[in-house]
Ligand binder design. Structure first.
Ligand code: SER
Length: 389
């Protein structure tokens, strides 16, 4: 099942069950939100999970693009991406958690064709504040799906304060053999979907207050689901990255980790620019700048003559289309090339400075500070330039 069909099956399933499809899922959180980028599907819905009425009603479905910079160093492994998408469904004080679990089961089995035997779930086993989630336990037992109970892993919260509650995590067996062990004992059980029963609000003092109107919040990573449905070991082997793995290797001779990092960062840069961010030295623009400079550093490592001018427009088009962005490819291309030129100017200045006699020996902390504060040369760039001399 390709990605487009996966998306359609998910949204159609919930729309047929009375959910309103949220359109517009920009990476930029609403004004006043202190977070730079949306990091999960439920993030923009937090006020509504706390009780505010949503203009779309009490049943919602969404495909939300998200960006996480905490995972930057893990980009390039088989699963972590900088920009990714979350499929989500919500009942804002409407139906019960057990109904969400039943629908989730039905969609995975009948909609996505995942055999019953390949499913396993975990539910909240209780702690000193909240009792075990017997309702979910009962629902999964009725459905005949094996259940493990845990404590920390089955409590979901967005932070130290705010809406939270017990959750049910659904795992799919990805091993070659028939299913073995459980999610807590065998990593071939991969978590795909989390159904949270948003029933409490956590206060500053750690106390829990039951929400007047409990909700259900579910989230499933699209890329992980697609990787499983297409029987691949890595997201880079799915149709999501097909144009990247087809077009980049003939252009640039890259090792696998660099190819992954460059594809991920370029794709992320395109989406961030598509959402209206421009490179700068602060906030969102700085995240974009870091992402672009990181990929340029990787791209140029073997061959400094490589340039983003050679980037096939098809990759920009494919990314903008997939993320339903209306921005033109020429705008994105111009921004990327402008940032590449700025980076080249900075590198040139760095090279000239570092060739001065005072920078020939080991550098002190004060040298790094001076190069950064006065000449705009970040430490990692200085280290990179010196190691190349
Ligand atoms: N809040 C849950 C998560 O982010 C489900 O959306 O995983």
């Amino acid at each position: 099942m390709d990605t487009d069909r996966t998306l359609r099956v998910f949204t159609d399933f919930y729309r047929e069950r009375g959910h309103h499809l949220i359109t517009g899922s920009t990476l930029l959180p609403p004004p006043g939100d202190p977070v730079l980028f949306t990091t999960s599907g439920m993030h923009p819905l937090t006020p509504y999970l706390e009780g505010r009425p949503h203009p779309g009603g009490r049943r919602l479905v969404n495909v939300q693009r998200c960006l996480r910079t905490t995972d930057l160093d893990e980009v390039g492994d088989s699963a972590h991406l900088t920009v990714f998408e979350m499929l989500g469904s919500w009942s804002l004080g409407d139906y019960e958690h057990s109904r969400s679990l039943r629908w989730g089961y039905e969609l995975l089995r009948d909609g996505f064709g995942i055999p019953h035997e390949r499913l396993h779930v975990t539910v909240f086993g209780g702690d000193d504040q909240v009792g075990p989630d017997v309702e979910s336990l009962g629902t999964w037992r009725e459905l005949g799906v094996p259940v493990d109970q845990t404590t920390e892993d089955n409590w979901w919260s967005n932070g130290p304060v705010g809406p939270c509650g017990p959750d049910s995590e659904i795992f799919v067996w990805t091993g070659e053999t028939s299913p073995q062990g459980t999610p807590t004992t065998d990593p071939r059980w991969v978590e795909v979907w989390n159904h949270v029963s948003m029933r409490y609000r956590r206060h500053e003092d750690g106390g829990l207050q039951p929400l007047e109107r409990p909700s259900v919040d579910t989230g499933m990573g699209l890329e992980r689901l697609v990787t499983i449905l297409q029987g691949r070991e890595s997201v880079y082997e799915t149709d999501l990255f097909e144009p990247w793995t087809r077009l980049l290797p003939p252009l640039w001779d890259l090792d696998e980790p660099s190819l992954r990092l460059i594809s991920d960062h370029l794709r992320s840069g395109v989406v961030v620019i598509g959402d209206g961010v421009r490179p700068s030295n602060t906030g969102r623009g700085y995240v974009l700048r870091r992402v672009v400079r990181r990929l340029l550093t990787s791209l140029r490592r073997e061959d400094p003559s490589r340039t983003l001018s050679d980037l096939p427009v098809e990759l920009l088009r494919h990314t903008l289309d997939h993320f339903r962005l209306t921005c033109g490819t020429e705008v994105v291309r111009a921004e990327l090339l402008r940032e590449e030129r700025r980076f080249d100017t900075l590198l040139e200045r760095g090279r000239r400075l570092l060739s001065l006699p005072r920078y020939q020996g080991p550098l002190s902390e004060r040298d790094y500070e001076y190069l950064h504060d006065t000449h705009g040369l970040p430490r990692d760039l200085v280290v990179g330039l010196r190691s190349r001399e």
